[in-house]
Ligand binder design. Sequence first.
Ligand code: PEP
Ligand code: MN
Length: 370
Amino acid sequence: MILILDSKIGEQSPEYKQLLGHLATLPGIQSRVHVERGSEQTLTEIYLIGNTKALDLDDMQNLPGVERAVRVSEEYRILGRHKDDQRPTHFEYNGVRFGQDTLNVFAGLCAVDNREHVEIMMKAVHDCGQVCTRMGAYKPRTSPYAFQGHGKLCLPYVFELAGKYGIKVIAMEITHESHLNEIREALHQAGNPTGVMLQIGTRNTQNFELLKIVGRQTEMPILLKRGFGITLDESLNAAEYLASEGNRNVVFGLRGMKTNMGDPHRNFVDFSHVPVVKRLTRMPVCIDPSHSVGSRAAAPDGILDMMHVTAQGVIAGANMVLVDFHPAPPKALVDGPQAMLLKELPYFLDDVQIAREAYLKRVAHRKGQG
Ligand code: PEP
Ligand code: MN
C-alpha cells in the first residue's frame, strides 16, 4: 500500500511525526519513505510493505497528513499504474519535461566518431529548435573486433559542444558502472553545460547489478531499452529494479524484438506496445525506429519504413523518439546503413509533428464520445 501525503506536510511537522509513530506500531508492517522533489512541489509517499491486506484503506486514508492511500495491485510497485492512482506521470530534467503527455525527439549519432561530426549533428539539431540528442560513447558490439566507441575520450568535446548548441539532454548508453563516474566527472570538468539521460541497452536490460547501480543514482534520468528476447513483463520488472533502488525518472524504450518473423526489418517492430506500457505503468514511452527497422528501405509512397514506424508509434501516443542521424552515413563507424541524412531532419520532425497532431486529435475525439 502507498500513502500519498498532503504536499503541505513537512518532515518536521507534528502530523508527520505522529503518522510515522502510528505506522511503527502496526504489526507486520514496515514503511519506507520516498520523497520526490519537483520544481513546483514535493511529493512524499510512504510505501507500506508486509501484511497490508490487514489494513483498511479508509482507515489509512484518514490518518493525519495522508491525502490518499492506494492499494498496490500490480507487481510494478513504484512505476506501475495502480487502481485509482492519479500520481503524476512526468519528471523534469535540466529544464526538459518527460511525461506520458509530452513528446521529445532525440536525433543524433548512434556512435560518436569524431568532433567534426558531433558539431555538425548538434548544430543541425539546434537549428531545428531541438534541445535533445543521442550520442553513443560506449558501444556494445557483437564482434570484439568492431569499433567499441571512444568512451571517456570523447566526453569532453561532446559536452562542450552540447553547451555551445544549447543541448539540454544527451541520451548515452552505459554498459559498466565505471562509465557512470566517467560521465559525472566529464560533466563536472566541462562545467555541467548539458545533461545526460543514461541509456541501458537491450543487451543489458536484465543486467541486474548494473540496474541496481544506475538506479541508486538520482541525478540523471534513465532510458531503459526493452530486452530484445524477453517478455514485456520481464522488461518492465527491469525498469522496476531502477525505481526500487531510488531512481523513478525512467523512460521505457521500445526498439523491436529479435526474431526473423520481423524480416526484412532488423527487429520485429513492437510499437503497438506504446499504449500497453502507458496503461501498465506511469513511465513515458520511447520508440527507436532506427534499431527496429535497421535500414533505409522505403515504401512505394516514397516514405522510409523508419518514418512509417515512427508515425505509427507517435500516433499511438509515444513520448520520445530516439533516432540515428549522421552527416556522412557511409563514413559512420556504427550503423551507417540505418542513419538518416541531415537534410532529412526538418522533414522528419515535420512528419513526427503530423503524427503527434493526429494523436492529440484522436484523444480529443475520444473525449468527445463521453
Ligand atoms: C543504441 O541505441 O545505440 C542501441 C545499441 O540500442 P539497443 O540497445 O536497443 O540495441
Ligand atoms: Mn546503433
